[in-house]
Write a protein that binds this ligand. Structure first.
Ligand code: AMP
Length: 448
């Protein structure tokens, strides 16, 4: 299939050609005709599948045919969970709409509101927004939705994870009843389905990757290691592997800062990106990483959400996420658009339950590879796909530990252990990677 066959007009095809896309990705092949036909759409698609163009291209096509937006009105609203994703989607809209006479703008918090109000004054055809800032702008009459034609909820699962459900409901309540709704989510939990029920009407359902599975081009493996030796192991992997770029996930903001300092002390250029950093610092960190000025970007889940960084060969889970769905999002940063990638999880014995949750979700036992010199003293227990599910209660307790609580707890600890080095530097003397552990395929077969 070609883009020409999808019913897109010349100015859009020209913009696509400039991007060098030879053919539509599977989500685009399905979503574009559905959106053009005016249907509501509910799509299960991970980042990296080309979903942004999947909704942006047909929306541009539809908007180009209609009347321009009056003052302070928005014809399309694209809601995203994070500022970074909003900026990225906004950039895609500008790119794909370069040859059309349509106006778009991006609004999110953490930056001045006045310039955003000014841009909205003359009306916009496409408004990309994070929920909080959008509510602020609406309460100040800077944006109105009487002429809204299309609503897009991008990364809806993350919106719920981040506690935006009430904001979303309030925003939906402000919109005209007659509109087209498009909902994209990497995973479709019961909560998402509940939200969808009140949002989309007779939607075309699209799923381009198996539910909760990772892109097949991503090689995933786990590295058993003692917790305190993770920084040294990461350093070894980076140095021995000659990694030029990697995205590393930390569970907490404090952990991200601490690891960045450690890596810098080891002569590796690194920056942290998380919610405690100013928007300016976040934008700069991302630009430096994309511009190859830094090797390692250490990120928390929220800050990294939706980051589209081309040709990212390595993603490392320095800590496993509390929510197994986040694992799928994290590793979606590599292996994009068919490129190959490696997703490596450094797993300490205390994380075995989290590992098991991930394996059950993805229906795949992660291959384990120990690194010589870093074999754990506390061995990582075996896991199977039939591990009994942890009780809701226990999960809740785990999840309710916020970053702030973690940080506070950590700070208390550090006060008690004054002057202790952040991490012990340097690996135990040791050599090459040892691909030990069990054969994951065998394990999978025997336990399925
Ligand atoms: P997304 O899933 O929207 O975050 O897109 C992931 C990446 O795929 C972006 O860098 C896009 O530029 C790229 N992309 C989108 N559509 C195509 C396509 N049809 N062919 C090749 N690359 C694409």
């Amino acid at each position: 299939m070609t883009f020409n066959e999808l019913g897109l007009s010349a100015p859009i095809l020209k913009a696509i050609a400039k991007q060098g896309y030879s053919e539509p990705s599977p989500i685009q092949a399905k979503a574009i005709p559905a959106v053009l036909a005016g249907h509501d759409v509910m799509a299960a698609a991970q980042t990296g599948t080309g979903k942004t163009a999947g909704f942006t291209l047909p929306i541009l096509e539809l908007l180009a045919k209609g009347r321009r937006a009056p003052a302070n009105q928005a014809r399309t609203l694209i809601l995203t969970p994070t500022r970074e994703l909003a900026a990225q989607v906004g950039a895609s809209v500008a790119l794909y709409g370069a040859h059309l006479n349509l106006k778009s703008t991006v609004v999110f918090g953490g930056v001045k509101i006045n310039p955003q109000m000014q841009k909205l004054r003359r009306g916009v055809d496409i408004l990309v927004a994070t929920p909080g800032r959008l509510m602020d702008l609406h309460s100040q009459n800077a944006v109105k939705f009487d002429h809204l034609e299309v609503l897009v909820l991008d990364e809806a699962d993350r919106m719920l994870d981040m506690g935006f459900i009430n904001d979303i409901k309030r925003i939906i309540g402000l919109l005209p009843k007659r509109r087209q709704n498009l909902m994209f989510s990497a995973t479709f939990s019961e909560d998402i389905r509940k939200l969808a029920k009140g949002l989309v009407r007779n939607p075309i359902e699209i799923s381009v990757s198996p539910r909760n599975a990772a892109a097949p081009s991503v090689e995933q493996w786990a590295c058993p290691v003692d917790k305190k030796r993770k920084p040294a192991l990461l350093t070894k992997l980076i140095k021995d592997g000659g990694w030029s770029r990697a995205l590393v996930f930390s569970k907490t903001k404090h952990g991200a800062n601490k690891l960045t300092k450690y890596l810098e002390a080891e002569g590796i250029t690194a920056t942290a990106i998380h919610g405690n950093k100013s928007q300016g610092a976040r934008t700069k960190a991302l630009a430096d990483f994309k511009g190859n000025k830094i090797q390692i970007l250490v990120a928390t889940d929220i800050a990294a959400r939706g980051l589209d960084i081309e040709q990212l060969p390595h993603v490392v889970n320095f800590d496993l996420p509390n929510e197994s769905e986040h694992y799928v999002h994290r590793i979606g940063r590599t292996g994009r658009a068919g490129a190959s990638g490696q997703a490596i999880s450094l797993v300490s014995a205390d994380e075995v339950d989290l590992l098991s949750d991930i394996e059950r979700l993805t229906q795949k036992i992660l291959e384990r590879r120990e690194v010589e010199g870093f074999e754990p003293d506390k061995s990582l227990p075996e896991t199977t796909l039939h591990q009994p599910k942890r009780s809701k209660k226990k999960r809740k307790a785990l999840n309710s530990v916020t970053n702030e609580q973690n940080n506070a707890r950590h700070n208390n600890n550090s006060r008690n252990t004054k002057k202790r080095a952040v991490y012990g530097h340097g690996p135990k003397p040791g050599g090459k990677l040892k691909y030990g552990g069990r054969n994951p395929n065998q394990q999978t077969r025997s336990t399925l």
